[in-house]
Design a protein around this ligand. Structure first.
Ligand SMILES: [Zn+2]
Length: 402
């Protein structure tokens, strides 16, 4: 007896990820040399999230003690045999020799609820996470999200074991469009007092000045992989005597994308970062104006060629979370004083921008539709994006996504 899974996918689609609302179609082929009795044939599409963290409660010298758990975030199941009009018989039904073919079809949902029943944590009804496998440095934690197509052929009798076959299915979520919440541009800023000129010119006192670095992203603060960086950066100086003081200059600008992965298993939790440099200008010389002289905006030409790297998108599940932050660091000097760094961080969501295959291009997304009824908004991200939720809007996705 041999059982195989044959997926039916459009030509050229085999290397692509499945995405939300995509169908997984195919046939189960059961090859029998002789007629054989079969009790039942089931096929399932499941998504399991494995988490593994060094357990804090164990002896710290024993680094091999990991707390492990496994949450089933997706579980779709279909009975292929016997047909619905026949009851399950413990003796099974005889199938003829040769190839027996059973078609199947599943559809990836946009939202899914974890099947785990442990009450101590929130098992979310949320966007399915992408397929991924990550490991923290020093093996301190591990997490893996795997989607599997699995077929099980049950046979009657104590001595005949079930025959199973499985196939991995790679998944990348479609960025959901949910009803618009109250949207505010996301921004963050940081200030510091710059050391004054090393040597004040004769007759001038050594003055202190306060420089502020402020960054803004249009709301919602979402970056698309392989997309541009819609960043606005402002810099102001305060406490300068206009026309008398030595100027404040921006000497460098660095923007990085920090990815933070958090894996939680019970009371044990590990977070680790990964840094991708997006732009680095170590030799700038831009005069920074006094606060009263707007606009104080740094030219976006400095990052016009920047492309957001193809990182695993943000996701939030009951036990694992991947967050992203833009880290903006400017170097400033006052007159001949030393270069001092000001750093500010803004929490963003990174999405893939995958859309159904109709238009293919993920480029002209948001601005093109002036009357944007729905914004891309991942369930679970509203808090760290600073999105103000409109009451009741989150629990019911628009009908298009059922
Ligand atoms: Zn769960």
């Amino acid at each position: 007896m041999r059982v195989t899974i044959q997926q039916v996918r459009p030509q050229g689609e085999h290397d692509n990820f499945f995405t939300s609302t995509d169908y997984v179609r195919g046939t189960i082929q059961l090859d029998l040399q002789d007629g054989d009795a079969i009790t039942r044939i089931t096929v399932e599409l499941s998504g399991s999230l494995l988490g593994s963290v060094i357990a804090a409660a164990t002896n710290p010298r024993d680094s091999t003690m990991h707390a492990v758990d496994n949450h089933k975030l997706l579980n779709l199941c279909d009975n292929l045999f016997p047909p619905p009009h026949l009851p399950i018989s413990p003796k099974g039904f005889c199938l003829p020799n040769g190839t027996n073919i059973f078609p199947f079809q599943f559809r990836f949902p946009i939202l899914s609820t974890c099947h785990d029943t442990n009450d101590f944590i929130a098992h979310r009804n949320t966007t399915l996470p992408p397929s991924f496998s990550v490991q923290a440095p020093n093996n301190a934690a591990r997490a893996e999200m795997k989607y599997l197509l699995k077929v099980k052929v049950e046979r009657p009798g104590r001595f005949k074991s079930d025959v199973t076959e499985e196939q991995e299915v790679r998944f990348m979520p479609l960025d959901p469009s949910l009803p618009p919440p109250m949207l505010w541009p996301a921004h963050s800023k940081n200030s510091r007092s710059l050391l004054p000129n090393a040597v004040a010119p004769a007759g001038e006192h050594r003055e202190h000045c306060m420089v502020t670095l402020e960054v803004t992203l249009p709301s919602p603060a979402i970056l698309y992989t392989k997309g541009s960086l819609p960043l606005e950066v402002f810099a102001f100086a305060k406490g300068l005597e206009p026309r008398v003081s030595s100027p404040v200059r921006m000497r460098s600008l660095n923007v990085s994308l920090r990815t933070e992965m958090t894996v939680t298993v019970g009371p044990n939790k590990t977070t680790w970062p990964l840094l991708h440099q997006l732009i680095d200008h170590p030799d700038l010389d831009i005069e920074i104006h006094h606060l009263d002289e707007p606009p104080g905006q740094i030219s976006p030409d400095l990052w016009k060629d920047c492309v957001v790297p193809d990182v695993t998108p943000s996701f939030t599940t009951c036990t694992s979370m991947q967050q992203h932050f833009l880290v903006i660091t400017g170097g400033f000097s006052h007159g001949a004083g030393p270069i001092q760094m000001i750093k500010t961080t803004i929490n963003v969501d990174v999405l893939t921008g995958i859309k159904p295959a109709s238009d293919g291009a993920g480029e002209a997304e948001d601005e093109s539709s002036a009357e944007m009824t729905y914004v891309p908004w991942r369930v679970g991200s509203e808090r760290h994006l600073g999105i103000r939720r409109r009451s009741g809007s989150i629990s019911t996705p628009p009908p298009a996504y059922f």
